[in-house]
Design a protein around this ligand. Structure first.
Ligand code: PBG
Length: 330
């Protein structure tokens, strides 16, 4: 480029990078504590939190430590919490009965967390059977051992009612069954739970980055979820899933995992008429922690950079296991 006085550039973007104050002033995107949602695991019968080896710093909570974590999240200004239940092994069965039992661990945890935080934190629950089935799939199986879409919808409807009764503000249907959002919406409305919102896992990919989660929830899965979760090769399909979820009444939508799917997040955010979230999953967490542990990455800077990336790609909400820590630092 030629400037008016000769060879040197007239346009100098570096002018706006000269001081921290200037950089702060011109920043296009900011992560706020209220954008963050903390996914949390609670284990039935646990009296102490149990560390998850593949996710250093994350635990399977006892009810008591979960209450504490929820209170700390409120204090840090975190926007929400997403609960996952880990039942006792003996309570798992083919249809995931513990997932719909009012005394099941997830329902108990929802009541306790609501008692702790009231309306100060948006309390969400994972609406899926995989933690509760003895085969580890997200739905019930037919005679041939395949995940039966429509039979699963009935289980989700029952689970949704149980979670709403237990006090969840928002339910996150994550099983990727066709029609799940509409089916669950109708079941909630019929039961008088019109105010309980649905945060649909709209684009959920069959991902290697869920690896550590399987340890976190002591999953019984031996195969994979490729017949119901999306193929990582497909982007356009996410827009089809989005159109269906919106037509079925999704109040918020999510793309998951996060970092390998920023393009999908961007496309969804461009057209969705509802708030959009990104789920930074267990493997993304483990990857950054492992690199930091090896001393090859600046942990805190890397965490903030990943969160900022989600905002830049169009997310207004981010599910991240660093939620409370990051909120304290912001
Ligand atoms: C399904 C569910 C999964 C995750 C959240 N909800 C696992 C899966 O689909 O196998 C993964 C979350 C993570 O990896 O952090 N209930």
């Amino acid at each position: 480029m030629r400037g008016v006085h000769g060879e040197f550039p007239a346009a100098r973007p570096r002018r706006l990078r000269g001081t921290p104050a200037l950089r702060r002033l011109v920043a296009e995107h900011r992560v706020a504590p209220a954008d963050l949602i903390l996914p949390a695991f609670v284990r039935e019968g646990a009296s102490e939190p149990t560390p998850i080896a593949s996710m250093p710093g994350v635990v399977q909570h006892s009810l008591e430590s979960l209450r504490r974590a929820a209170a700390e999240a409120v204090e840090a200004g975190v926007g929400g919490i997403m609960l996952f239940g880990v039942p006792e092994d003996a309570k798992k069965d083919a249809v995931g009965s513990a997932g719909t039992d009012p005394r099941g661990i997830l329902q108990v945890a929802l009541r306790e967390v609501r008692a702790e935080v009231g309306d100060d934190l948006v309390v969400m629950s994972d609406l899926c059977l995989d933690e509760f089935t003895d085969h580890g799939h997200c739905g019930v199986l037919d005679a041939a051992g395949r995940v039966d879409n429509d039979a699963t919808l009935d289980r989700y409807a029952e689970m949704a009612r149980a979670q709403a009764e237990a006090g969840a503000h928002v339910l996150g249907p994550s099983g990727m069954m066709d029609g799940q959002v509409g089916y669950v919406r109708a079941a909630l409305d019929e039961a008088g739970h019109q105010d309980v919102a649905l945060f649909a896992y709209t684009a959920k990919y069959s991902s290697a980055f869920f690896g550590p989660f399987r340890e976190a929830v002591a999953s019984s899965l031996s195969g994979d979820r490729k017949t119901y979760q999306q193929d990582p090769a497909n982007g356009r399909e996410a827009l089809r899933e989005l159109a269906l979820d919106l037509a079925e009444g999704a109040d918020m939508v999510m793309v998951k995992p996060g970092m390998p799917y920023l393009d999908v997040l961007r496309e969804v955010a461009e057209v969705a008429e509802v708030p959009v979230g990104a789920y930074q999953v267990s493997g993304e967490y483990a990857m950054v922690e492992a690199a930091a542990e090896k001393g090859v990455i600046d942990r805190e800077a890397a965490i903030l950079e990943t969160l900022t990336g989600f905002k830049r790609a169009g997310a207004s909400m981010i599910l991240t296991y660093w939620a409370t820590e990051a909120a304290r630092r912001l």
